[in-house]
Design a protein around this ligand. Structure first.
Ligand SMILES: O=c1ccn([C@@H]2O[C@H](COP(=O)(O)O)[C@@H](O)[C@H]2O)c(=O)[nH]1
Length: 245
């Protein structure tokens, strides 16, 4: 096991684009094995709905022994309820947490305030998920949103950043447009990343790690290309080396 990380690491914008490994499994032992294996090669590890719903908050603390945790539960509810959920997860604050930008400015402001009140300087970064990376233009139109993902991502980003979000979750396809519109300050955390030759699976708006980093991403969220590899540590090391190069 690598050296224990603080239960809640403070977050900051990285100097260079880094990797967050998504530990998507309902099995805590497997998640802990993956976390230990990839820890030397990644900046954070992601606990998402699958693991959190299976194991609850206790698993977050165990995973955080390896790397700081990006808690990706994508809150979306009325402001009062989201503020309560943020206070609950801030009993042991993760490094970053997510909510849906579509929840609106009042919800995001309430989340930010709750995180500050509950965790002070140890508060997690508040990241607003814009348009899920599995959406195509057609899929988005089915939900009543015309104009395509890029336009909607920019619209939601404006709301989220004005309401106090520290950063955004977007696909590789929107990174450079967000940088043009909002500059360097917002954290851009980007799933839908696929090393050359990896299966896209259900991801629709994808690009390679190198191209996504060049576009201006801060963190790449990568799951199956790492956890589905025969050797997850080697897969993570290869991606990290590609970014360093
Ligand atoms: O728009 C989004 C928001 C979050 N995710 C999460 O990222 C990982 C990606 O996993 P892969 O196996 O590399 O596809 C996964 O945990 C999602 O919940 C996303 O994909 N898109």
């Amino acid at each position: 096991m690598s050296a224990p990380a603080p239960a809640a690491a403070t977050w900051a914008k990285p100097n260079r684009c880094g990797v967050i490994a998504a530990l998507d499994t309902p099995d805590p032992a497997r998640a802990l094995d993956w976390a230990a294996a990839v820890a030397p090669h990644v900046g954070l590890v992601k606990v998402g709905l699958e693991l959190f719903c299976a194991e609850g908050p206790a698993v977050v603390q165990r995973i955080a022994m390896h790397r700081p945790v990006f808690l990706d539960l994508k809150f979306h509810d009325i402001p009062n309820t989201v503020a309560g959920a943020v206070r609950s997860v801030c009993l042991e604050p993760p490094a970053m947490l997510t909510l849906h930008a579509g929840g609106g400015g009042a919800m995001i402001e309430a989340a930010r305030r709750a995180a500050e009140d509950a965790a002070g300087p140890r508060r997690p970064a508040i990241l607003a998920v814009t348009v899920l990376t599995s959406f195509t233009t057609e899929g988005l139109a089915e939900t009543g949103v015309s104009g395509g993902p890029a336009q909607q991502v920019l619209r939601l980003a404006r709301v989220a950043l004005a309401a106090g979000a520290d950063g955004l979750v977007c696909s590789p396809h929107e990174v450079s447009r967000l940088r043009d519109a909002f500059g360097d300050a917002p954290l851009l955390v980007v799933p839908g990343v696929r090393p050359a030759g990896s299966a896209a699976g259900d991801q629709a708006r994808t690009a390679t790690p190198e191209d996504t980093a060049r576009a201006g991403a801060d963190w790449l969220v990568i799951g199956r290309p790492i956890t589905g590899a025969a050797d997850p540590a080697q897969a993570a090391a290869r991606i990290a080396a590609g970014l360093a190069g």
